[in-house]
Design a protein around this ligand. Structure first.
Ligand SMILES: Cc1cc2nc3c(=O)[nH]c(=O)nc-3n(C[C@H](O)[C@H](O)[C@H](O)COP(=O)(O)OP(=O)(O)OC[C@H]3O[C@@H](n4cnc5c(N)ncnc54)[C@H](O)[C@@H]3O)c2cc1C
Length: 361
């Protein structure tokens, strides 16, 4: 893609900042990436996330523009991952949705919502209803524990930490990129377009942008990582739950991410006993093999969220682009936002964003 400028400064080396940096550098730009924390991304929502790529499953809480972006992203991820300096675990084995008998009404409501999404976004692979034998055929280790479920073919997931590391290694290997760690910055620190300044400023600070974008709020999420080499699940499994969707996402090397609570709060304190009990009980209820799992990490982060729970591209002043509000769908939609932002930077408009139903600056 031909860009009408030569240099950018990017604020925030979480998910969106790293993706923008790699893509802009590949397009020939000089990139200065400023991150408040270290290369480990310890302050990024992206480090804690489960990184499920499940637009149909998420349509239970996500409006159609997000589903369209999620569908676009599923086919874009392999293209984005292929040239990175390190391999990243990515799969499209679908999503399995299960429920206990007492949650059958909620499950029936969910099935109706997903069926309606299928009519609005017909390009999504249609869901299938499963009986006990169908569940066992997909996930033999679950046996006949559940008598009914849903299967959403083609949905995906990736390894978030491997992705952050691979993006970092790619940036480190590129001599057009300068990385600035422990470097908290605000858009006011730059005068893009002025002599000695970058041509453009891209603000990807997630919740760190709140001082300048006060509509942003945090939505707290708690997740648990366990090592359970004796449990075999081939794909993310969701358990219908009256308060929030619970999931178990299998990652490489016997690791599982169990998540995630969803609490309207920007409290980043450690996970509560109640949340921990609920998450671990849900995993144990799905597969008794989790009884012997080892708890590797219990983490809390807040999702950067705008009032309509949709992401936004915003231009608060000339030559400054802000990308934020990725909420609980950052990995699911990031390639779509990336493509829309690149179109917008190259042409001053984004037909792609319009097609998703997303507002542009
Ligand atoms: C518990 C949990 C589970 C999730 N699960 C999923 C999932 O399964 N699927 C999915 O698609 N999404 C999921 N998400 C959402 C996803 O993680 C976020 O949407 C995504 O990480 C947002 O990306 P971002 O780049 O905007 O922000 P972040 O990833 O938070 O990155 C922002 C970066 O900006 C830096 N920064 C802040 N202030 C400054 C400053 N002043 N100067 C420089 N740098 C600064 C921060 O340190 C951080 O590194 C989950 C999130 C959470 C919390």
């Amino acid at each position: 893609m031909k860009l009408p400028f030569r240099s950018v400064a990017i604020l925030g080396a979480g998910l969106m900042g790293r993706l923008m940096a790699v893509t802009l550098a590949r397009a020939g730009c000089r990139v200065d990436l400023h991150e408040a924390g270290s290369a480990e991304a310890e302050g990024a929502a992206a480090r804690v996330a489960a990184a499920m790529l499940a637009p149909l499953a998420e349509s239970a809480v996500a409006p159609v523009p997000l589903v369209r972006m999620g569908h676009h992203a599923l086919s874009r991820w392999p293209e984005l991952l292929a040239p990175l300096a390190r391999p990243v675990f990515f799969q499209r084995e679908g999503t399995l949705v299960l429920w206990h008998r007492q949650d059958a009404n909620e499950a029936a409501r969910l099935a109706r919502v997903l069926a309606h999404t299928g009519t609005q976004v017909p390009e999504l692979a249609p869901m299938r209803t499963l009986d006990g034998a169908g569940i066992e055929a997909l996930e033999p280790s679950l046996g006949r524990r559940f008598t009914s479920g849903l299967f959403l073919p083609g949905e995906g997931q990736l390894d978030n930490r491997a992705l952050l590391a691979a993006l970092l290694a790619t940036l480190q290997a590129d001599d057009k990129v300068t990385l600035h760690w422990q470097s908290p910055r605000a858009p006011e620190d730059f005068a893009p377009g002025a002599p000695g300044q970058p041509d453009w400023l891209i603000d990807c600070r997630g919740l760190g942008a709140r001082p300048q974008w006060n509509a942003l709020r945090g939505v707290r999420g708690e997740v648990i990582r366990v090592h359970a080499p004796d449990v075999t699940l081939a794909r993310p499994t969701r358990l219908v739950h009256p308060r929030y969707p619970l999931y178990i996402a299998p990652k490489p090397e016997g690791l599982f991410v169990i998540g995630a609570t969803e609490i309207e709060s920007d409290d980043m304190s450690p996970a509560s006993v109640r949340s921990t009990l609920e998450l671990l009980s849900a995993a144990y209820a799905v597969h008794s093999g989790f009884a012997e799992a080892r708890i590797v990490e219990i983490a809390t982060q807040c999702r950067p969220t705008l009032p309509d729970n949709l992401p936004a591209l915003r231009q608060p002043r000339p030559r400054v682009l802000q990308i934020n509000g990725l909420y609980r769908h950052g990995f699911m939609i990031a390639p779509a936002l990336l493509d829309a932002a690149m179109e917008w930077l190259a042409q001053g408009r984004s037909p792609l964003a319009q097609g998703f139903g997303l507002e542009t600056p």
